[in-house]
Design a protein around this ligand. Sequence first.
Ligand code: IPM
Ligand code: MG
Length: 368
Amino acid sequence: MSNPSLLILPGDGIGPEVMAEVTRIIDWYGARRDMPFDVTTDLVGGSAYDAHGSPLSDDTMAKAQAVDAVLLGAVGGPKYDDLEFCDKPERGLLRLRKEMDLFANLRPAQCFDALADFSSLKKEVVSGLDIMIVRELTSGIYFGEPRGIFEENGERVGINTQRYTTTEIDRVARAAFELARRRGNKVCSMEKANVMESGILWREVVTAVHAESYADVELSHMYADAGAMQLCRNPKQFDVIVTDNLFGDILSDAAAMLTGSLGMLPSASLGAPMVNGRPKAMYEPVHGSAPDIAGQGKANPIACILSFAMALRYSFDQGAEADRLERAVETVLADGARTPDLMGPDGGTPFSTTQMGNAILAALDASL
Ligand code: IPM
Ligand code: MG
């Protein structure tokens, strides 16, 4: 049997720096756990635009379709602000999500004990937090037609369309219920059924899927604005949250900050199973390209490293190895390793991106 294949797309800004640490972790698994991966690296986002005049070339898209999993760093930066909409770095990312049909975006927000003091919320509100946001990723207002900027009655109008089919809601709801069964067995579905027809349909379909196949899971519904409020008031009431593309984008940034730093949050974007039984998959940190700190060794590589842990778990069925990597991260944080984003007001000497990578590799060695 051939080795599992990975396509690495480091992207822009801090993407290449954090991905360099992930590459060392991948090499560690090859050398120390006898789990070699076949790795190909390519361009996405602004760096792809600089090289080919497109944020994702057809060739890279084809490679992404052919591998077992894609690992992506981050895209975007001020240098690309004035590009045509279709050339913007984000379009590369959105094309990957859409063409690979990665409809279920898993964004876990977990508060590590060592970081509970870093949250802007009180320690008792966030300590022990472990929630999973399942964001629909291939439809809704991000992709709905009609869209564009048009002339109408002598003025310009900007139009985007929120659109969901029953199939699209059904499949992401199932993904959420399946995950809940392996966690706290609770799903809270969020929409705006009070003002949006797409929200009414969302609630109907989630309710029907639940009654038909997942009556053993506890289901609740919340309007997304109230959900945002509850995430700040009492986040530990949630186990799995399932929501649409735009609400999921916003709610997951809020959830990320509960954990202390956006530099900590991984994500998995999963589609339908391929012929080899593995799901189509892309793994990426929730944080962006952070151009303000790029190239200075200040970036926190943990979100990207934890994204690889998710790849071990969801693509390669290596739950125990994913646990090992997550425990290594927990260990170094407990030992006081801190990149600048994790420094308290009283300071200390922060770790560089590479030093954080070194510490995690040492903790992996110690785990054997
Ligand atoms: C995210 C990001 C992306 C999104 C951007 C970079 C297109 O914010 O993954 O949350 O809006 O989906
Ligand atoms: Mg976002």
